[in-house]
Design a binder for this molecule. Sequence first.
Ligand SMILES: [Zn+2]
Length: 223
Amino acid sequence: MRLPVLADQEGKWRLTSSLTQVRFGLEIMTAASRRTALVVVDVQNDFADPKGSLYVQGASGVVEAVNRLVESASGRGWPVFYTQDWHPETTPHFAKDGGIWPVHCVGGSSGAAFHPDLVVEGVSVKKGGAGEDGYSGFTMRDLVEGRDRPTELDSLLRQEQITSVVVVGLALDYCVKDTALDAVRLGYEVEVPLSATAAVNLSPDDGERAIATLRAAGVSVTG
Ligand SMILES: [Zn+2]
């Protein structure tokens, strides 16, 4: 497109000024229509401390990477939300009660506390407190009734007009994956940066399979 030739300085100024207004307006619209939050999943001692009951290999590097993202999120004015696995002492989620996992993240225990190095700058959503399976930060499954129940995460994000989430933390093949998939289902744009997560890999290729599932669902899986 050829811009009209303007005869005088005043005309040139008017054109520049209106183009600047258009560009500025578009930037505001983009910012307003796409507001992002960082969701930090389950960076708790039982998963992130080598002495934890369900330690995820590579979790120490994850804590550092997550902290860098929390700092950059705060710098950009993005809200940060956290989730915590939060189980009662007896739940069909645990192997001793018929489930598959060793006892972990019992509410109030040191294993359920955030890793001491984690930078915490936002509210935490606790999942599983009534004995449910709580892989996703958005939903908990009642193991007796087989029904899903929402946590407060979706409404917290909507209160902040969030349309896009970056999901990080532990573990890639369980809670990060399920949180990201639920976020897509709920209409969010979702990114999972692999540098800020790690897989349990009960089977050696679980992490790879999780990445394929996330990509197929429309999640942007980045480096
Ligand atoms: Zn759990």
